[in-house]
Design a protein around this ligand. Sequence first.
Ligand code: FAD
Length: 693
Amino acid sequence: AQLDTLDIIVLIVLLVATVAYLTKGTYWAVTRDPYGDSLAQANGVKSGKSRNIIEKMEETGKNCVVFYGSQTGTAEDYASRLAKEGAARFGLKTMVADLEDYDFDNLDTFPADKVAFFILATYGEGEPTDNAVDFYEFIHNDDVTFASGSSAEDQALANLKYVTFGLGNNTYEHYNSMVRHVDKSLRHLGATRIGEAGEGDDGAGTMEEDYLAWKEPMWAALAEAMGLEEREAVYEPVFDITEREDLEADSDEVYLGEPNANHLQGASKGPYSQNNPYIAPIAESKELFTTPDRNCLHMEIDIAGSNLHYSTGDHIAIWPTNAGKETDRFLRVAGLLDKRHTVISVKGRDPTAKVPFPSPTTYDAVARYHMEICAPVSRQFVSQLAPFAPTDEIKAEMTKLGSDKDYFHQIVTDRFLNIAQLLEIQSKGQPWSKIPFSLFIEGLHKIQPRYYSISSSSLVQEHKIAITAVVESIHKPNAPHILKGVTTNYLLALKQKQHGDPNPDPHGLNYAITGPRNKYDGIHVPVHVRHSNFKLPSDPTKPIILVGPGTGVAPFRAFVQERAALARQGQKVGKTVLFFGCRRRDEDFLYKDEWEQYKKDLGDNFEIHTAFSREGPKKVYVQHMMRANAAEINRLLEQRAYFYVCGDAANMAREVNTILGQIIAEQRGVPESKGEEVVKAMRASNQYQEDVW
Ligand code: FAD
């Protein structure tokens, strides 16, 4: 029979579809724009990439995979550093892998001549990071069974050699629990750990030093286990940077700070997520107090029409822009000031290397929007930069800084220098033109959104999210620069602009306030919402106790606002007791007038206990006010009150936990250990909740 035109068209379409299906993962995985791709994933579209790590390693000739479970980017950064160091010093064929991108049911076939690293951050109350949840649930399951049918009984992972390092914070109860559990599970399944299971402590501020101290003996153990020979490390760039003469900065395809293809191509589209921010209008902004050295912002961010939703107790993430002053300093010291608007393409030399921002772009956009150029400097990075110093003398000084921990602390960490400030001081302003730009991309973190506890109730204002943020500004006595927090000073500039200042310039920081291609003009800020478990009891008649000094009061403003609204609607609301602390009632008492209104709405059901640390001869903190109200706290707990703490994790939250145990013990006439147990049980049943940072 003869084919008509329609049949031919159908056949061609089928043929193309079949070829595309059969070659998926082979061709198009590497050529696709990763920023379009991550967007597709955010939008729930499955990518065509292979999820088989063993196949991937075979295809790309790797013998070492460094997996990371990362929330804020630090674990990812350590993973990249380990992969680079393994390649440079031991000739390992390394790749870095996001745990989320692979399946683990074939880990029992992981070849014995390869090694897997697991660099795992612990998040919140001992939880895995978002990208590690599936891996964790699979491996930490007592009945884990691999695709082949093997299990713990067969020592399924007998061939697997692995290395682990955990990133945790000792101010949390479940310190480094992620890495501890995974390590235990892997051993239970018969895998062999090489070196110690390292643990870094962010709470003690020793993360970097813990990491540096752990990695040397680990490398020695790995070299022995795999028969590796150490060689003179030679720097090899991870990325190829091509300056594009064929493109102008204003060409349509050039990213000037847009986070992904969607934003570049016009108005951004939802769904909005951690890969795809919503450019939100700031509806209102004001300062809650201003003293000569401190500012505190209240902002209302409009999410109407974005399809973003929040519920009381959630967090909003703000995507910052680096200050112009620091962007200029960075470009100047890197010798790139004159070519800041030159268009560059950035490509991983290895197919497994991930470029942390979309390209083609410009040096200016990378420094301003994508790299954490103001962050604390890593000692290892200083060592890596030393060979590229402009003179031998500077090189010697950089080498000394890189190898002498105490000296480094004295000169760099304790003076809060960022990388450009350090390099500028070391070279007395001479540019460091020999540093390959790839090394900056490798050594500096990708800029991270900062989280804020939402200070409005979704019941009261469904489409407007309030934040309460103190502007970070720290002047260390011996430091040559004042440390200016990246995000909060950017927000301060936005507030100034909204209030009529055409060139907002807090402290000379000078922001590109209208964003890439003026897309943030009219006072917009890129955001996304993160849902949290920090929630009011579903029954509004339950009593609640809230401890939130300083900006820790943010979510409690939302809680009280919500209960006041319910009361106004005639609903029965339980006792609501807030402990708030600040310096002085006339200086930094946040939402002072609002509490008066809530008192009117809630009557005797709302109590606020205040602690002013700088008013009297003795410092008074919320902890003292808790002691002074011990009987009431205990009485409410006996009525199954929910207890909430928000704010400073390092000291306050810990002390509040201890004091609550003591109060329970004293009031109930039981030993202190019993009081501690009660608090533990409250935590386990969500009756004690923390939102701390
Ligand atoms: P950054 O630039 O990130 O600096 C922060 C700190 O890092 C500095 O104070 C300093 O200690 C250190 N640092 C930075 N650079 C250097 C350097 N070069 N050398 C040495 N040290 C350095 N904050 C609020 O005000 N209100 C909230 O409601 C709130 N809620 C939060 C909720 C959660 C879940 C989390 C995780 C955090 C929350 N925060 C909140 C904190 C907030 O996310 C930011 O960390 C804070 O606003 C500072 O951000 P920044 O970008 O201005 O400062």
